[in-house]
Design a protein around this ligand. Sequence first.
Ligand SMILES: Nc1nc2c(ncn2[C@@H]2O[C@H](COP(=O)(O)OP(=O)(O)O)[C@@H](O)[C@H]2O)c(=O)[nH]1
Ligand SMILES: [Mg+2]
Length: 236
Amino acid sequence: MKKLSLILPCYNESKNIENLLNLLNELKKKSDIEIIIVENGSTDDSLKKIKNHIIYKNNSIILVEIKNNLGYGYGIMAGVNKAKGDYIGWCHADLQNNLEDVYDSFKKNFNELEKTNSILKGKRISRNLIDKLFTLGMSICVTMIFGHKLRDINAQPKIFPRNFLTQIKEPPNDFSLDLYILLVAKIKNYKIIEHPLKIYERVAGEAKGGGSLLLKIKLTLRTLKYIFDLKKNKKF
Ligand SMILES: Nc1nc2c(ncn2[C@@H]2O[C@H](COP(=O)(O)OP(=O)(O)O)[C@@H](O)[C@H]2O)c(=O)[nH]1
Ligand SMILES: [Mg+2]
């Protein structure tokens, strides 16, 4: 099997770091995975915790340090640029996905990824109705505006073959990165493979993306602005 570089972007995840590193230590035992943690300019003590962590010290988990936060997408792309794997992907570091499941999704779809030009994304199962409605609303907007059918845009992970990197020209620095990747895939005729993955409640730390209703509305408005800018500038 070819090697997967898995990027975990962390921003103010101090309360999750210990658990995350323990889980990554298990995942790291698989020979065909490279793990890259992006410490994305957190203002809490995440970086200190990562550096002090015995597991980090004893194992070759790659740490990418961003001094000042410039956004989710910026941090992930810094990790992507360090990745050496045949396949490159990312997944949120908030432990809302089971990382073993994420790795399994790659293994299970590996043959399909090898056979066709395709990228792999998660499809969140067991979510509450409000979250599902926001996701559905966004999918409908994107599908109507760009004419490409996209579902559950922000579901983790996103995994693609190294050759897809040449298609990533102007990635956004913010949360729109997940949408951007899917749009590029559609335009360039990559098949989007969806793998159902159970999503868990956050056990520690605070959601910054679309955690509360207010954050969901703000994220939706920001994403819509991004979509209209893309459309206006004829990017897609
Ligand atoms: N808000 C934010 N999150 C980031 C950034 N970089 C990485 N992340 C991570 O992206 C994930 C965002 O998920 P979360 O805050 O739970 O929002 P939600 O799952 O969309 O409700 C977390 O794992 C963060 O640690 C960043 O610059 N801003
Ligand atoms: Mg989350």
